[in-house]
Design a protein around this ligand. Structure first.
Ligand code: GAL
Length: 338
C-alpha cells in the first residue's frame, strides 16, 4: 500500500510538473497596432485582416496579444499612442502614420526604445534640406535594421488607372475633340499615395501619346461624402465636358457614382469613372458597369506581409528595408473572368 501511494504521489508530481511546464512554455508577444483613422474604409479591411491573420499564426506555445489604437487622423493623438506603446513595452509595433512628415521623430523614439517597427500603408519618403520630398528611399528605414515599410507602390495603381482609360475604344475622348478632359479627386495631399496616383494616372495617358485636359483637381481626403460633393460640383460646373473622373481611392469613387447618377450621367456611355482599392462595392459597380475600373490595393497581401515581417522581427530574424505588394487592374474584362 505504501509503495502504491508513493508511486501515485510521484505520478501526480510528474503530471503537475508537466502542466506547469506547459503553462510556462507559452510565450505571449505584445503587438501594438496604430492605425491613422479607424473610419477609413480600406484601412478597416486591412486592420481586420491583421487581427485575423495573427490569430491563424498562434500555436499552443505562441500567442499574440494585439492592441489596436485609432489615431483619429490626428498626429498629436497618434504620438501619444506610440508613447503609450513604448511605456507598455510592446514587443513590436505596426504603424500606419497619420502624417509621414512626422516619421523621423516617431521612428527615433521607437528605435531608442529598441522596439522593432513595421510601417504600413503610408510610405515616408526621403526629403531634401528644404523639406521637399524626393523620389528616394527613406533614411529612417534604410539606417535602422529593425524598421521596415510594407506597402504597394502608388505609382503602379495610378498608372493602372490611366492605362484602363487608354485601353478604351475611344481612349476616354468621348466627344472626339482630340483630348481627354478629366477631373481629379485626390486623397489627403500630404500622402504619397494621393500624389503618385494623381500624377501617374495622367502620365500613363500622356506617355501613351494622348492629350489631356484637367478641368478640376480637388482634395476629397479619401472620404466618400467629400468625393460625392466634389464630383457633383464639377458636373454642375463642367457638365458634359467631363469625360473621365479619376478618384484616388474607391471610397471617393463610390461617392462619385452617386453624383454621376444624380446628374443623369451614364458611366460607359457619356463618362468614365476610375477608383483604387477594389472595395467589394466598387468591384460590384465595375461588374454592373457603374464604374469603369478600379485597382486592387491588396489589403490581404499587404496585411499578411506586415504580420509575417513582424513575426520575423519577434523571432530576431533579419529583415529587408522594403516589402512591395503588387496591385492588379480591375476592369470589366477582369471581373468577368473571375
Ligand atoms: C490608400 C487607400 C485609401 C486610404 C489611404 C489611407 O492606400 O487607397 O483608400 O485608405 O491609403 O492612407
Amino acid at each position: 500500500m505504501k509503495k502504491f501511494l508513493a508511486i501515485l504521489l510521484a505520478a501526480l508530481m510528474m503530471m503537475s510538473m508537466i502542466s506547469f511546464a506547459g503553462a510556462e512554455g507559452v510565450k505571449t508577444y505584445k503587438v501594438g497596432v496604430a492605425i491613422y483613422q479607424f473610419t477609413d474604409n480600406f484601412m478597416t479591411l486591412y486592420r481586420n485582416e491583421i487581427e485575423a491573420y495573427f490569430k491563424t499564426l498562434e500555436t499552443d506555445s505562441v500567442k499574440y496579444q494585439l492592441t489596436f489604437v485609432d489615431g483619429k487622423n490626428d498626429m498629436a493623438e497618434q504620438t501619444n499612442q506610440i508613447r503609450n506603446f513604448i511605456t507598455q513595452n510592446m514587443d513590436v509595433i505596426i504603424l500606419n502614420l497619420v502624417q509621414t512628415s512626422s516619421a523621423d521623430a516617431i521612428i527615433d523614439e521607437i528605435v531608442a526604445a529598441d522596439i522593432p517597427l513595421v510601417l504600413i500603408n503610408r510610405e515616408p519618403l526621403a526629403y531634401d534640406a528644404d523639406g521637399n520630398t524626393l523620389d528616394e528611399a527613406y533614411e529612417g528605414i534604410l539606417n535602422n535594421p529593425k524598421v521596415c515599410y510594407v506597402g504597394a507602390d502608388a505609382r503602379q495603381s495610378g498608372t493602372f488607372q490611366g492605362e484602363m482609360v487608354a485601353e478604351l475604344e475611344n481612349h476616354g475622348d468621348i466627344n472626339g475633340d482630340g483630348k481627354i478632359s478629366y477631373i481629379m479627386i485626390e486623397g489627403d495631399p500630404e500622402n504619397i499615395d494621393a500624389q503618385y496616383r494623381t500624377q501617374y494616372s495622367v502620365k500613363a495617358l500622356t506617355d501613351a501619346g494622348y492629350e489631356v485636359n484637367c478641368l478640376d483637381d480637388q482634395v476629397g481626403n479619401w472620404d466618400q461624402t467629400k468625393g460625392q460633393e466634389l464630383c457633383a460640383n464639377a458636373l454642375t460646373s463642367y457638365g458634359y465636358d467631363v469625360e473621365v473622373v479619376f478618384c484616388n481611392n474607391d471610397a471617393m469613387a463610390l461617392g462619385a457614382v452617386t453624383a454621376i447618377t444624380t446628374a443623369g450621367r451614364v458611366v460607359g456611355e457619356d463618362i468614365y469613372l476610375l477608383g483604387v482599392d477594389a472595395l467589394e462595392e466598387a468591384v460590384e459597380y465595375v461588374k454592373t458597369g457603374e464604374m469603369t475600373g478600379t485597382v486592387l490595393n491588396d489589403h490581404i497581401g499587404q496585411s499578411h506581409k506586415a504580420v509575417d515581417v513582424a513575426v520575423k522581427l519577434l523571432n530576431g530574424e533579419e529583415i529587408d528595408n522594403y516589402y512591395w505588394v503588387d496591385d492588379v487592374q480591375v476592369n470589366k474584362a477582369y471581373v468577368d473572368s473571375l
